[in-house]
Design a protein around this ligand. Sequence first.
Ligand SMILES: Cc1cc2nc3c(=O)[nH]c(=O)nc-3n(C[C@H](O)[C@H](O)[C@H](O)COP(=O)(O)O)c2cc1C
Length: 480
Amino acid sequence: MWRDFRKFVAEIERRGDAMVVEGADCDLEIGTLTELMCERRGPMLLFDRINGHPPGYRIAAKPYSTPARTAIALDLPVEASPFEMFKVWRERMQDFRPVPPREVSTGGVMENVMEGADVDLTRFPTPKWHERDGGPYIGTGCAVITSDPEEHWVNVGTYRSMIHDPKTLGMHITPFHHGALHVRKWWSQGKPAPMVVAIATEPYVFLASTNGVPWGTNEYQYAGFAKGEPIDVICGPRTGLPMPATAEVLIEGEMPPPSEVARLEGPFGEYTGYYAGGEQMAPVMRVHAIYHRSDPLLHGEPPLKPPIDTLACPPAGAIHAVWDGLEKSGIPGIRGVYALNTGGGLTTVVAIRQQYAGHARQAARVASGLMHSMCRMMIVVDDDIDPSDPEDVLWAIATRTDPETAFEIQRDCPSSPLDPMIRPERKKGATVSSRALIVACRPWEWRDEFPPVNRSSDEQRRRVREKWAPLFQDPVGRSG
Ligand SMILES: Cc1cc2nc3c(=O)[nH]c(=O)nc-3n(C[C@H](O)[C@H](O)[C@H](O)COP(=O)(O)O)c2cc1C
């Protein structure tokens, strides 16, 4: 369990899965290096001596993008497949009860304070990550803290934040996300919304802030339960908001209504692999104070073209909700739910043990109804298929579907302004899209006559492997 982000990063270094890069430039170089290294599933890059910035001002890029690193961050089995990891996570969160945060008087993040005229966001190395980005984005793996002025609860959500100038951040918050709903409530009272952006939080806080926990639930409580102890927070001197005490950087300020000030935000390379949200007028955050640890270690989490993940195992809320919802609806035989395009849920897979005629299609329809965000395909597979393995899933689609009957199209399903298939002029209106339900299961009616799979049985494989063990040893002597 990691008390802060830098301890987690230090552990990745200790395990030899990090590479220090010195002398790189924020203008596209750090972004492209990160992309190239992630594509080859290489070590986490740790940028230091970044051009124009003091040594010790570092960026850890894509720290959670391999299953092993996600497992280390969240205390999950390191050798397990992403699906196995997800099952362990789900089991752990099954009895969720809120663990309230613990207020502490101070933390390492208060070592350095910039206030008033001294506030300067540009002191931190902030990459322009992708070639067409509208500017440098300091908030990629951030946690944005807001409060509900009517119901008096706190939300923590990850929303991208771009530096407009030394004292102003631009932000993209999807209209239905809780942070956006909070902010609008402040505006309807004629007040700017108090706000804190935390950079490089401890892993459980980051996870919670990217997770769709229900309306009214404070993500600190979720993170505290996952961690097994309360999250330490400091009361924001200017906003009163609880700020994560172990973060590396805290940016405190307020977001006035767009009628008062709005600036162009975006484009930004998004998790779908496109710049689909484009450039839009968006509200800004006026920064009143910045607190940071000495030699701050920033968290860089640029979305990259799939299949590169943010979190290599998705304990993501939407998928939880679909799995839980299927079970609660009484549909039997649910063996797993997994989002193949992590974070986006563009392709969601449900594995079931079929028990009656129509069971698989029923599961597909109910699962689709439970999916509130962008989702292009809802695929149902038999339980011999690993729903987290895209190759296994594609094999099932190729060999267990007759497209004429297996594919069903649903119209007008909820989508998002980031949907690359919604034309720009429609993005201001209804962001809906159609969705394919694909039943890629052995046909129930003749399942017993369906051709058997030609993979050797586990017993046969074990016997042969034991007898021929030397053939399966790699050069350093591990048996493969
Ligand atoms: C790395 C990462 C970046 C994200 N960026 C954004 C973003 O810019 N805007 C947004 O609205 N949601 C973004 N999300 C999704 C939200 O953080 C996520 O849906 C979260 O559950 C929203 O929390 P809320 O419902 O409490 O507002 C991002 C998620 C991840 C994992």
